[in-house]
Design a protein. Structure first.
Length: 190
C-alpha cells in the first residue's frame, strides 16, 4: 500500500531543546503510516522540548545513543530547534550515527536547524537542500545547493525550513522512507 511504513524502524535522533512540534508531528505521521519509531538520544530518561524559546513537554527516550545501532533502523528523522542540533553537531557519537545512515544509503529527513548536524557529518556537499533561513548560508558554505522552499528532496534526503512546512515535510518523508535505500545517499558520505 502506498505511503505505508509497516515493519520499518525509524530512529529520531534528538537532544534537549528540540522544537516540540518538529518532533511530535512527524512522529505522529510516521506512526500513523505504520512505522516503529524510537527516540534516540545522548540524554537519558527524557529530553526537553521547546516552543521557540519557551519550555514545552519532555519526551521519553527509548534508546540511549551509545547503545543505538544504525544497522537496526531503516531511516533517520532529525527534528530542529536551536539548541537540539547545536548539541548534536558537536557530539561525535551523534555525528557517527548520522553518517552511518548516509553510508548505508538509508533515507534521512531533517527540518529547521537540524541540517547543522548534517554539515558536521560532512554529508551536504553537492546536495539539494533547504533549512531554516538562518542556516541557509551555512548549508551553502558547506557546499549544498540551497533553495528557500517548503521541502527539498535529493536522493533520499528530505529537508524543510520550519514548522509551517511540516505537512509537506511529513508527506515527502513518508514517501522517501517508504522507498528505502537510495544509491545517491551513499555517495554523499564517501
Amino acid at each position: 500500500m502506498a505511503n505505508r511504513l509497516d515493519g520499518r524502524k525509524i530512529a529520531v535522533l534528538v537532544a534537549n531543546g528540540f522544537e516540540q512540534v518538529e518532533l511530535t508531528e512527524p512522529v505522529k505521521a510516521l506512526k500513523a503510516a505504520g512505522a516503529d519509531v524510537k527516540i534516540v538520544s545522548p540524554e537519558t530518561g527524557k529530553v526537553q522540548g521547546v516552543n521557540h524559546d519557551k519550555p514545552a513537554d519532555s519526551i521519553a527516550v527509548d534508546l540511549a545513543l551509545e547503545r543505538a545501532d544504525p544497522a537496526q533502523f531503516d531511516a533517520l528523522m532529525l527534528p530542529g530547534g536551536v539548541m537540539n542540533p547545536d548539541a548534536l553537531r558537536i557530539n561525535e557519537s551523534a555525528i557517527a550515527f548520522t553518517r552511518a545512515f548516509f553510508k548505508a544509503g538509508k533515507p534521512v529527513a531533517a527540518i529547521c536547524h537540524a541540517p547543522q548536524l548534517l554539515i558536521s557529518a560532512g554529508v551536504v556537499k553537492g546536495r539539494k537542500m533547504t533549512g531554516y533561513k538562518a542556516i541557509q548560508v551555512d548549508l551553502a558554505n558547506a557546499g549544498a545547493q540551497v533553495s528557500d522552499t517548503a521541502v527539498v528532496v535529493d536522493q533520499g534526503l528530505v529537508t524543510s525550513r520550519n514548522p509551517g512546512d511540516i505537512p509537506a515535510f511529513n508527506a515527502k518523508m513518508i514517501e522517501e522512507f517508504g522507498e528505502g535505500r537510495h544509491a545517491g545517499q551513499r555517495t554523499a558520505a564517501e
